[in-house]
Design a protein around this ligand. Structure first.
Ligand SMILES: [Zn+2]
Length: 299
């Protein structure tokens, strides 16, 4: 009986398709030479392949940036020059790779449950030297205001088209914290978030998680590791400070607490991490760590 029912359904569908092809005008049919594609029956279950937006600095000047990103072994979808040109009074961004193609900007990378972020991201490179070294001290180079205005406009457009979540707008250093420092602590993440680009914690939630303690006092390494893992970072969950943990915390601080990026596990870092998890983790049902985190200390 079941087989008869299935057969009837198949025949009905075939009949329906044939009926539709012979009776509808052909604007849903695309000729591909030896065959044709009919787009009349779109599936309800589909989404975008692009899930992440990644910001970088190039660490070299305009000429070298363009050479490396067009003739070298790396690429990005967009390049914002040090002084963007104008067209009809509007700032111009260079598109080096179509958004439908994969650019090679992320390298070995991971965020939450995903790796190889090149596969699922749009990459924006910004011409900026990164930092200059002065007697073993790093002086980070600010971005130009015009670059950030253009970056915000471009990012808002990409975010809207692919419905990218705030917590998936990231630094290269977020997805490759042991290898990368770009776009660095001078990237204005808070201002960008205020313009609809990326995540930022609520100040009152950060205060709540400070629990009356001084922001520079020692935080709990295990809680910070668990919160960062829940948020998406690849970090050991040992409860012990080691060089890997310190570098991941430093990457987190470059994004969310740029005035001190030494990687120290202080109370303010812990509070910001927990505030971000509280604000954004509920929207990440795929992230198993979020469940663990609730068990450990949020509930
Ligand atoms: Zn980069």
């Amino acid at each position: 009986m079941k087989r008869i029912f299935l057969l009837f359904n198949v025949l009905s569908l075939v009949g329906c398709v044939e009926h539709h092809i012979t009776e509808k005008p052909a604007n849903n049919l695309i000729d591909h030479g030896d065959y044709a594609i009919d787009t009349f029956f779109p599936s309800q279950v589909q989404d975008e392949r692009v899930r992440f937006l990644i910001f970088h600095y190039t660490a070299v000047d305009d000429t070298e940036s363009l050479r490396l990103l067009t003739q070298g072994k790396v690429s990005a979808h967009y390049l914002i020059s040090s002084n963007p040109g104008k067209f009809n009074g509007k700032p111009v961004v260079l598109q080096l790779v179509p958004e439908s193609k994969r650019a090679w900007h992320a390298g070995v990378s991971g965020w939450a449950v995903r790796n190889n972020i090149n596969d699922t991201s749009i990459g924006i490179e910004i011409v900026n030297d990164g930092f200059h070294e002065h007697s073993s001290r790093r002086q980070w180079i600010p971005y130009h205001k015009e670059q950030m205005i253009l970056a915000a406009s471009l990012a808002r457009d990409i975010i809207a088209r692919y419905q990218i979540k705030p917590q998936n707008v990231l630094a290269h250093s977020d997805i490759a914290p042991l290898r990368k420092t770009d776009p660095g602590p001078q990237f204005p993440w808070k201002t960008m978030a205020q313009q609809g680009v990326g995540a930022w914690p609520d100040a009152e939630t950060v205060t709540k998680y400070l629990q009356g303690k001084h922001r520079w006092s020692s935080g709990d390494v295990m809680i910070i590791q668990q919160a960062l893992a829940a948020y998406g970072y690849t970090i050991p969950k040992t409860g012990k400070m080691n060089s890997e943990t310190q570098r991941v915390i430093s990457a987190f601080q470059m994004h969310f607490r740029p005035r001190n990026i030494t990687g120290v596990a202080d109370m303010e870092t812990e509070a910001i991490a927990r505030a971000l998890v509280e604000k954004y983790c509920a929207q990440m049902p795929l992230l198993i760590c979020c469940e663990n985190l609730r068990y450990h200390y949020i509930a």
